[in-house]
Design a binder for this molecule. Structure first.
Ligand code: SF4
Length: 375
């Protein structure tokens, strides 16, 4: 690929998506860490597609490979110890895994941007907010210092930060948690990325602010038409906002499908466990919350058969002995369970989701936090 870091540079996001392809296609991606203790199968066979204006929810417990998959796509994994073992990441027809570091520097922040989990560690405490928000504009767009400063004020205003002219010259410690997360969103949106990856952007925030941040990302998406990948351990967070959902377990995709398929026609017991862990779902079923017992396996010593077998209440001898093959249903829906095609099994054990989905409290007005400014 002939793309250079100079005037000849071509924004990938301005190039047409080749016919028959998607904006982003992750195809059987495998990335392992080679450590002294053995090979860590951090990302093992992840596949999904994403188009403009769509939101993909990536859901799973800590250590399931959600964030590592995103960082592999962004080229943020150190190689070694990481190593790409297979697969492709096609963005507008270009394989990101084949790009040089210089080319990926153009993609990161410009074509694909990421909002990290913890804004306090992701923002640099010794630089003013304005400088951090405008860094991408100077790097990718060639803005002058003055132009970048003015645009930083506009972006802070856009994400609901009051008095942006004053705030732009303040430091991260002068912002509250919710405000810092808004700054992270402003930074990520600065160059109008095609794909916005949000890695648990609301984990450190209280529930009212969580709803505001989710609403803000959706508003931005409606304006800009960008795609969003929302990484979370809480299926309830993506219940209302995701078009598609990928459920991950132990570095593997357990199930992928449209949000309706995952909530109303799920074909994997791990997804059922996550659904039963949503408080609103438990209320609907009028049952106590049902935890998934046990812990995820070591990614160095995965079970011989299905990785979920030691925790699966429906595991059989076959589950412990054989690794499940992919079951594929309609419109790209897939599940990695031996019994995904067994309607009787699914009908007997799947949760009753006929009444409603779990929801985030999306109707909470964005008021209090934007008035604040305390650290
Ligand atoms: Fe459970 Fe067996 Fe399906 Fe794995 S393959 S999820 S152990 S039923």
């Amino acid at each position: 690929m002939a793309r250079k870091k100079n005037d000849n540079y071509v924004d990938l996001k301005t190039q047409p998506i080749p016919e028959g392809q998607h904006l982003l296609e992750v195809d059987d991606l495998k990335m392992y860490f080679h450590t002294e203790d053995g090979i860590v199968h951090a990302v093992d066979g992840v596949s999904y597609t994403l188009d403009r204006g769509e939101t993909l929810g990536v859901v799973g417990e800590s250590g399931s490979g959600k964030s590592v998959t995103a960082m592999t796509i962004m080229g943020l994994i150190s190689m070694p110890p990481g190593k790409i073992e297979g697969g492709r990441v096609m963005y507008r027809g270009h394989n990101l895994l084949e790009m040089s570091e210089e080319e990926m520097q153009h993609v990161r922040g410009n074509d694909i941007a990421m909002i990290f989990q913890d804004p306090m560690t992701s923002l640099n405490p010794v630089y003013k907010i304005g400088r951090q928000v405008s860094e991408g504009l100077r790097l990718h767009r060639g803005y002058t210092k003055q132009q970048a400063h003015e645009r930083a004020i506009e972006l802070l205003d856009l994400v609901g930060i009051p008095e942006p002219e004053k705030r732009v010259d303040q430091y991260p410690h002068q912002f509250s948690g919710g405000m810092r997360q808004r700054v992270m969103i402003a930074m990520a949106l600065a160059c109008d990325p095609d794909v916005l990856i949000a890695d648990e952007p609301t984990t450190a925030l209280d529930v009212t602010i969580q709803a505001q941040i989710v609403e803000l990302m959706q508003e931005m998406q409606q304006k800009n038409g960008n795609a969003i990948i929302m990484i979370t351990h809480d299926l309830g967070v993506v219940a209302d906002m995701a078009d598609k959902i990928m459920v991950m377990y132990a570095g593997h995709p357990a199930e992928f499908g449209t949000a309706d398929e995952i909530f109303y026609n799920s074909r994997h017991p791990y997804t059922w466990g996550l659904i039963r862990s949503i408080p609103e779902q438990a209320i609907d079923e009028k049952k106590p919350l049902t935890p998934i017992h046990g812990n995820p396996p070591s990614l160095v010593n995965l079970p011989k058969g299905c990785a979920f077998a030691p925790r699966c209440p429906y595991a059989t001898e076959r589950c412990h002995a054989e690794r499940p093959q992919k079951w594929t249903g309609a419109s790209g829906h897939y599940s990695m369970c031996h019994y995904a095609d067994d309607d009787e099994f699914v009908g007997k054990y799947a949760p009753d989701t006929s009444r409603s989905r779990g929801t985030v409290p999306s109707a909470i007005p964005a008021a209090d936090e934007s008035k604040g400014g305390e650290a």
